[in-house]
Design a protein around this ligand. Structure first.
Ligand SMILES: O=C(O)CCC(=O)C(=O)O
Length: 295
């Protein structure tokens, strides 16, 4: 049963469905035969490029990044990125704490995309042609630039949410004044969003998708994963499982950069659900800012 708040919003959160103790999923989550993870087994054992940003030779580093950013991959993991483990742990902590709140508390932050309010707590109501719903709830808000950030739309709990998220924006994603990432992606025009995807445990993970196959409309997206494998990447005609590397961040080249490449092909990813018992949150930060020159 959905809560009164959910009923008044006309939406049942996936977290509520998950915790009802159901053993069989409602039909709106169950994918058509050809979309189901049980029928489109992703290939395991293919490693996405892993790039250490500590590489002392800058030319080698630039070469590795441009090769991994090309249409061959369009996706890579970065290690030794300078974002401390402690900051990433705090980011994971504050996000998870929000999703542990009661339904009533979370609904106080609900967004309302149908009336143009995209920031806040939400569940994807835009259904595809088959009218299927993704197995995830999310929190979405703008992180940058400060002039466009409305902290009223950020979680109020835990109290450290704002401080940790601002620290991640500044230190982690390198948006301090002289950042080359910032200047290459549009300088003061850059916008940065944060989406926390919460994937609740699922009674029939073989039948659902956490995030449908998609490309990102951004210039690039930085993903902070949780330790449950779920992310898949379309490569050479197959979905491949992206391995979890404890200290890595993942970079997904978005449409804005991909379309400048020779072949202009976009890299597709999706979030599958493999684990019936545990699933956590992933944090994606797309940079949809305008891109002015090669990164
Ligand atoms: O959470 C994931 O593993 C993927 C998320 C993603 O691709 C998205 O939200 O656009």
């Amino acid at each position: 049963m959905s809560t009164a708040v959910e009923q008044s919003m006309g939406v049942e959160r996936v977290q509520s469905s998950a915790f009802k103790g159901i053993s069989e999923l409602p039909a709106h989550f169950v994918r058509s035969e050809n979309e189901r993870p049980e029928n489109s087994k992703a290939v395991e054992g293919i490693k996405v490029p892993v790039i250490s940003l500590c590489q002392p030779n800058r030319d080698v580093l630039v070469h590795e990044i441009s090769k991994a950013s090309s249409s061959e991959w369009g996706f890579f993991a970065i290690t030794n990125h300078g974002v401390s483990q402690s900051l990433l742990d705090q980011l994971r902590y504050v996000g998870n704490e929000f999703f542990k709140l009661s339904a009533e508390e979370k609904e106080k932050h609900a967004n309302n995309p149908s009336s143009g309010t995209f920031e806040g707590y939400g569940t994807k109501l835009v259904r595809n042609n088959d009218e299927k719903v993704e197995w995830q709830d999310y929190y979405f808000h703008l992180m940058y630039p400060p002039s466009k950030v409305n902290h009223q739309t950020w979680p109020k709990h835990p109290p450290s949410y704002r401080e940790v998220t601002e620290e991640y924006t500044k230190e982690g994603l390198g948006l301090e004044e002289k950042s080359s990432l910032k200047s290459k992606l549009g300088g003061e025009e850059i916008e940065l969003e944060l989406k926390i995807n919460m994937y609740p445990p699922c009674p029939q993970p073989q039948l659902v998708l956490g995030v449908e196959p998609h490309t990102d409309m951004s210039a690039l997206t930085v993903l902070v994963p949780n330790d449950v494998p779920g992310l898949q990447l379309w490569k050479d005609g197959n979905w491949i499982v992206v391995d979890y590397l404890p200290d890595a961040l993942y970079v997904h080249i978005g449409d804005q950069i991909e379309e400048l490449g020779e072949q202009g092909t976009s890299t597709y990813v999706m979030g599958g659900i493999f684990d019936a018992a545990t699933r956590g949150c992933d944090w994606t930060s797309p940079f949809p800012g305008e891109r002015s020159e090669p990164v």
